[in-house]
Design a protein around this ligand. Structure first.
Ligand code: ZN
Length: 143
């Protein structure tokens, strides 16, 4: 049901500073930086094959990433698994007792659908599920 690791979100204080390790050290490219004011975060995206590393920098003192940095410092914030049917994945997780952070999938970037599994149900990991907007049948046609 889970297809691949879509992205790993890393909480950082400064995207440009954090990106240097990956760009200058490992030859990756900082493809874009996007602000998501509703989440109080700026996202720096580095493609690694079919997956990405998302560097998450808080826009201000408020929001989940600002809270995370204050409590735990920089580090891995969440892991996102791409699934082909997010509603089926959510139902299967709930059926085996996992706690989700929302009842219904929420809208993510680019029209995707996302949902989070509570870290208490995932061995301390904040797990995100993501279903891309394209139907699974067009997967091979992506460029
Ligand atoms: Zn994410």
């Amino acid at each position: 049901m889970a297809i691949l690791i879509d992205h790993i979100g890393i909480a950082v204080r400064d995207i440009q500073q954090a990106a240097r390790l990956y760009t200058e050290g490992l030859g990756l490219r900082l493809d874009y930086i996007e602000e998501v004011p509703s989440q109080g975060v700026r996202v720096g995206s580095l493609a690694v094959g079919e997956s990405t590393i998302e560097l998450l920098e808080p826009l201000g003192a408020e929001g989940p990433i600002a809270d995370f940095l204050e409590k735990r410092g920089e580090g891995i914030h969440h892991i996102c698994l791409l699934v082909d049917d997010i509603r089926a994945a959510m139902a299967a997780l709930q059926a085996q007792g996992a706690r989700l952070l929302q009842e219904k999938p929420a809208r993510g970037a680019g029209g995707s659908l996302i949902a989070f599994v509570h870290p208490r149900s995932a061995n301390g990991v904040l797990l995100e599920l993501c279903q891309r907007s394209e139907p699974p049948s067009t997967k091979g046609a992506e460029t």
